[in-house]
Write a protein that binds this ligand. Structure first.
Ligand code: ATP
Ligand code: TZP
Ligand code: MG
Ligand code: MG
Length: 263
């Protein structure tokens, strides 16, 4: 059984991130800790070239500008041409019209491998009205129903995260119960997870398997971090340490993944 972690460490895939200015440094450090190789490149003039040499692309709309949307579409098309996976993190979709429309434009023009977001963001993208408080999910969702309805609407593999995480590729469904509430107390926990998903996709073609294992791995690293650090600042640093220290043996003993057919 492979947990894909050793593959990441062997191959050190290059992950091209077009991401927001809040989480750029944390994301790069998290990818390094995991064993991947991050690069941040945003300029329209260079993204095609960068995506063409990368092993996966992350499009994160957290602090979007019109120019950045254009860059994301250029990079996304280059990634599609090169046959590398593309992860979309629709940060704050539903909070403003610009974010929702931009995410939809990206989805119209780029073949996205998986969307990773919170329930409110995915609901809004799927046309299900839902409250989004800035970049945070708010309100109660029937996550299983949302997973199904959103997939039927979008026809793109989905990872909807929160206290429990839900993944589907339209056929199978996984519920992952690894993780820790301290992840809600540091900014960029979701954004880094989207990039971690990209790193797993870079070494494993089956999106459902790769995303499920990535989310479980990240949740376990958070559990390990929380056992060593109980305050948010310490936890943020410890999460990087644990992404570095985690082994496939630890994943094997601690993963909590329930897979079933999508109902
Ligand atoms: P939001 O802005 O709504 O917090 P996000 O983009 O930060 O969304 P999350 O849904 O918080 O993304 O997911 C990031 C990570 O945090 C995932 O690994 C998820 O499992 C974990 N997580 C979020 N909330 C909890 C919780 N209450 N308990 C355990 N893990 C959690
Ligand atoms: N504002 C714009 S992007 C961003 C904030 C606070 C970071 C969001 O990160 P995450 O991972 O979705 O919590
Ligand atoms: Mg969060
Ligand atoms: Mg987020």
């Amino acid at each position: 059984m492979t947990y894909f972690l050793d593959k990441i460490r062997e191959q050190q895939p290059l992950i091209h991130n077009i991401t927001n200015l809040v989480v750029t440094n944390f994301t790069a450090n998290g990818l390094y800790a995991l064993g991947a190789s991050p690069v941040m490149a945003n300029a329209r003039e260079e993204v095609e070239e960068m995506a063409s040499i990368a092993n996966a692309l992350v499009l994160n709309i957290g602090t979007l500008t019109k120019e950045q949307v254009e860059a994301m579409i250029i990079a996304g098309k280059a990634a599609n041409k090169a046959g590398i996976p593309v992860v979309l993190d629709p940060v704050g979709a539903g909070a403003t019209t610009f974010r929702t429309k931009s995410a939809q434009t990206i989805l119209d023009q780029v073949k996205v491998s998986i969307i990773r977001g919170n329930a409110g963001e995915i609901a809004n993208l799927a046309g299900v009205s839902a409250e989004v408080k800035g970049v945070d999910a708010s309100g109660d969702f029937d996550m299983e129903e949302l997973l199904q309805v959103a997939y039927e609407q979008l026809h793109i593999p989905l990872a909807i995260t929160g206290a429990l995480d839900f993944v589907t590729d339209g056929k199978d469904k996984a519920i992952i119960s690894n993780g820790h509430p301290l992840l809600t107390k540091v900014t960029g926990a979701g954004c880094l997870l989207s990039s971690v998903v990209a790193a797993f996709l870079a070494v494993e073609k089956e999106t459902f398997k790769a995303a499920t294992r990535a989310i479980s791995c990240y949740g376990i690293a958070a559990e390990e971090a929380a056992s060593k650090a109980s305050l948010p600042g310490d936890f943020q640093v410890e999460l990087l340490n644990q992404l570095y220290a985690i082994s496939e043996d630890v994943l094997k003993s601690k993963e909590k993944i329930l897979v079933s057919r999508l109902g």
